[in-house]
Design a protein around this ligand. Structure first.
Ligand SMILES: NC(=O)c1ccc[n+]([C@@H]2O[C@H](COP(=O)([O-])OP(=O)(O)OC[C@H]3O[C@@H](n4cnc5c(N)ncnc54)[C@H](OP(=O)(O)O)[C@@H]3O)[C@@H](O)[C@H]2O)c1
Length: 154
């Protein structure tokens, strides 16, 4: 809050809040982690709306896989960025809006996830319309999670 007051007096500033790709959707089996990350997204976007007119950029960054101690140094790949590469690429996205994955590969993945989730939502709705049981709903959600987790580890 002190920093924001400082930014307001200078009429400029940049705040990058680190959330996660799993904060963009409800993420079964990562429920606590994904909900705390969703909080960061909502909080950050609300703050950006409050401070935009004061020319302060507040952006939430929602990456997927980065090779760090937290991920036990996953092997870098197309999807798993090194911390250095991720930071370098994410700085190109600073001016693109109040929320970014921070790199192109993760941006593609988040859009794919949205598509899969929308498809699953329709499937689940159809199942309900035809009288599904909670077991079928759970199976449908679990298979979706598996599909997303497979992509995430790609
Ligand atoms: N790695 C990924 O794939 C990934 C993906 C999406 C989002 N994120 C998010 O990115 C952020 C950074 O994660 P990372 O992958 O860079 O993890 P990391 O390398 O393990 O770094 C975590 C950092 O948090 C600090 N920390 C941990 N517990 C703390 C506490 N109780 N109080 C103060 N500092 C504490 C650690 O300090 P010490 O070094 O002193 O222990 C360390 O500097 C996290 O918010 C994570 O959720 C990571």
């Amino acid at each position: 809050m002190f920093e924001i007051a400082h930014f307001v007096s200078r009429q400029k500033g940049l705040v990058l809040n680190i959330s996660s790709g799993v904060g963009r959707f409800p993420w079964p089996f990562y429920s606590i982690y994904s909900s705390t990350k969703a909080f960061i997204c909502t909080f950050s976007k609300a703050l950006q709306a409050e401070y935009k007119a004061k020319r302060i950029i507040i952006q939430v960054v929602t990456p997927y896989s980065i090779s760090t101690p937290m991920t036990r140094y996953l092997k870098p790949s197309i999807m798993t960025k090194t911390a250095e590469d991720f930071v370098k690429e994410s700085l190109n996205f600073v001016a693109v809006g109040d929320e970014t994955c921070g790199c192109l590969a993760h941006e593609i993945l988040v859009n794919l996830n949205s598509f899969l989730l929308e498809k699953a939502r329709k499937d689940v709705w159809n199942l309900f319309m035809h009288g599904c049981t909670s077991q079928i709903y759970f199976k449908s959600l679990s298979s979706l999670c598996l599909r997303i987790n497979t992509l995430y580890r790609f």
